[in-house]
Design a protein around this ligand. Sequence first.
Ligand code: SF4
Ligand code: SF4
Length: 386
Amino acid sequence: MWRFGLRVANPITRTPHLKPNMSPVQSGSSISARDLARAWWRVLNGHVPLLSIEITRECPLSCPGCYAYGDSHLSGETTLRDLADFRGDALVDGVVELVRRHRPMHVSLVGGEPMIRHRELNRILPALNEMGVFTMVVTSGVIAIPEEWMNIARMRVAVSVDGLPEHHDERREPATYERILKNIAGRSVNVHWVVTRPMLARPSYLEEYVAFWNARPEVDHIWVSLYSPQIGEESAERLMPEDRERVADELPRLRLAYPKLLLPEGMGRAFVKPPKSPEDCLFSKMSMNYSADLRTHVEPCVFGGTPDCSQCGCSISSALHWIRDVPISGAFKVGHLVRSSLGVGSAVRKLRGEAEPPNRWGTGVRFVGQRTPLVQIQAQEEGETL
Ligand code: SF4
Ligand code: SF4
């Protein structure tokens, strides 16, 4: 993702299941100072600024290493495939109700593949826009982006493109380059890229990727995350410390030649030295994450399971980790302001007698919500086309 200033784009990302958050790029979708002030006021009143919702458990891709479908993604007691998800009015009403309840500044709609529910999104996106909420749909690009969505002011689409075709097409078939380019033609999207170790074997790879997508007229911005493993994971995708140093050094310099790339130097440094734990991660503190039954929470962050913070490459987390050390006045930094605001918000919730979790701003909370009176539905019927 991400930017926390007036021009912050934000991909909530996880890897390989990318989850960008917000982005201000298209006309009318930039976050204004008024929006930020309003968001801060909401935080002081006990609301989370960021909401992420896995709106469906379904996905036509089978990316290797996908941990959205991993056994530990949702606490280990259930899996995304086991959850009952929603469609039609139940999904539209359920999402809008969650947003009304939490009053976030920004909502990420993810999956599974959220575009499986594009008919419902046709109603959800305008509704959230009317509520003054910024929304990001994070998709594999396997389904065409509706042209009319481009007229929704507070909405962005982020397409996950994990490397050049030699890597991406193999991992993310049927959402291949050919299909993505067809499905975004004439639209305006952000591209989100998760860098894995095999992509660093060729010295020119990073620039080849950035040059390709920077030249595409459909692309507004390119967001980068690094592969973020779970604790104990030993995979070929995992970057070594020297790989992180290289990415942190090379990508910010590429911005000079390829202006669509959003990767400030400070964010690169956060890739090298990420938060130590969820308690040390502002992103984890600032985001509430729901899975497909609209009740189960994804904790401690959008990755779920037991993410290895010491190897986190999430672009949003890295951006927030970077800006938290930006001084506001003397020794008082952005991180102090955010944490004290969250503390005030937490106290306000208690004063209001709101017993419902969260407090997700406590440590290591993992819970299942109880009070959303929604009707469980069946998954997509066999044979139904997308
Ligand atoms: S696109 Fe589907 S299979 Fe691939 S990482 Fe995301 S949820 Fe998993
Ligand atoms: S630092 Fe840890 S808690 Fe924060 S986003 Fe990364 S993996 Fe999640």
